[in-house]
Design a protein around this ligand. Structure first.
Ligand SMILES: [Zn+2]
Length: 309
C-alpha cells in the first residue's frame, strides 16, 4: 500500500474493505477504506477535496430544518427521542463542568446549543453546511452560529471553557489542524469532548462495507481509541476519560447496518420487525466483547504543551 498512516506514520497499511456511495440511481461510487496495522486508524480513499465535499451533503442532510426549528419554538419537540439525545449530551457534559463559554463544532441545526441551560452557558456554534447555518441564523438569530470551518473561525484564543465535536471530527479534512485550533481557542484546563464511531468495534468488523458508520465519503477518517489518543496527545490534550456514549447512537448504527447487510444479501428490503430479535442479541454480544460501536473522549488542554496554530 503506497500510503502511510496519517496518525502514527506506520507504513503497515492494508485494505479493510471497499465501500460505496450511491450518488444517484445510476451512479454508485466506489471507495476503499484503508487501515493502519499500527494504531488501527483507517481512512477513506480517495477523499473528496474541500471543493467537492459539499456535493456529498444534500440540502436535506439535516432533515427539514425550518420545521425542526418551528417545533422547537412551539415546544413540541421537547418530548421527542432526538431531543432526549441532546439532553443526554448535556448531562454527560455537566458531569465535568456545569457552565461557561462553549463552542459546538459542526452544530448542524443547533439542537445541542438549544438544549443547554442558557442561564449557565454561553453557547456558540460553527457549521460548515451553509443550508443549516443560514437557516439557524434566519430563524434563531439569538443563537451565535458561524458559517464555515473552525480553521477559519476568528474566535478569541484561550477563551472557551468547552469545545464539543458530536460526530463531526470524522467529517473534517484536517483533524490534526482542527484539534490544534480547538486547543488554541480553549483556556488552560478547558475541555474538548469528541464523539465518533469506533472503528475498533465489533460492528465495524462484522458489517465491513455495510457498516452504517463508514458513511463514505462523508466520513473521511475512522478513529480507534488508540489513534484518537495519539492525536489528542500530539495536539496538546490530556485524556480524562474514554466512554461508551451514546447507547442511542450505537443502537441506530446496529439497526441501519443490519438492515443494509440483510437487504443486500436477500436483495429485498427487510421489515424492521424481522430484525428486532437480532437487534436485542447483537448488542448483548457487543457488551460482552467491550468493543462498542461509538466512543466519546473527554480531554483537557494541557497547560504545559500548548499547541501552536
Ligand atoms: Zn497508525
Amino acid at each position: 500500500m503506497n500510503q502511510d498512516c496519517p496518525i502514527c506514520r506506520s507504513n503497515s497499511v492494508q485494505l479493510f474493505s471497499k465501500a460505496y456511495y450511491q450518488r444517484s440511481e445510476e451512479l454508485r461510487e466506489e471507495y476503499r477504506v484503508l487501515r493502519c496495522l499500527g494504531c488501527g486508524f483507517a481512512w477513506t480513499d480517495p477523499r473528496p477535496g474541500d471543493k467537492e465535499l459539499p456535493d456529498y451533503y444534500p440540502a436535506d442532510y439535516f432533515g427539514d430544518i425550518s420545521n425542526l426549528i418551528q417545533e422547537l419554538k412551539a415546544d413540541t419537540l421537547r418530548k421527542s427521542s432526538p431531543w432526549r439525545m441532546e439532553l443526554d449530551k448535556v448531562r454527560l457534559l455537566e458531569e465535568w463542568i456545569n457552565g461557561g463559554k462553549i463552542l459546538d463544532v459542526g452544530c448542524g441545526p443547533g439542537q445541542f446549543l438549544l438544549a443547554l441551560d442558557q442561564r449557565r452557558w454561553l453557547p456558540e456554534g460553527i457549521e460548515q453546511d451553509e443550508v443549516a447555518s443560514y437557516a439557524i441564523k434566519a430563524l434563531l438569530p439569538e443563537l451565535r452560529v458561524w458559517s464555515g470551518s473552525i480553521e477559519a473561525f476568528q474566535g478569541k484564543p484561550n477563551s472557551y471553557d468547552v469545545i464539543t465535536f458530536w460526530h463531526s471530527l470524522e467529517h473534517v479534512s484536517q483533524p490534526r489542524e482542527v484539534l490544534k485550533k480547538a486547543n488554541a481557542l480553549l483556556r488552560d484546563g478547558g475541555f474538548v469532548i469528541i464523539s465518533v464511531p469506533n472503528f475498533a468495534s465489533l460492528q465495524a468488523v462484522l458489517f465491513r462495507s455495510h457498516w452504517y458508520a463508514l458513511d463514505v465519503p462523508r466520513h473521511l477518517w475512522h478513529f480507534t481509541p488508540r489513534s484518537l489518543e495519539i492525536l489528542l496527545d500530539e495536539t496538546g490534550f490530556k485524556v480524562d476519560k474514554h466512554l461508551f456514549f451514546s447507547k442511542a447512537v450505537n443502537f441506530h448504527q446496529w439497526k441501519h447496518s443490519l438492515r443494509s447487510l440483510v437487504s443486500a444479501t436477500t436483495h429485498s428490503l427487510v421489515p424492521y420487525y424481522l430484525l428486532k430479535p437480532l437487534l436485542h442479541l447483537l448488542p448483548t454480544v457487543e457488551r460482552l466483547s467491550g468493543r462498542w460501536g461509538v466512543m466519546t473522549f473527554v480531554a483537557r488542554k494541557s497547560p504545559s504543551s500548548r499547541a501552536s496554530v
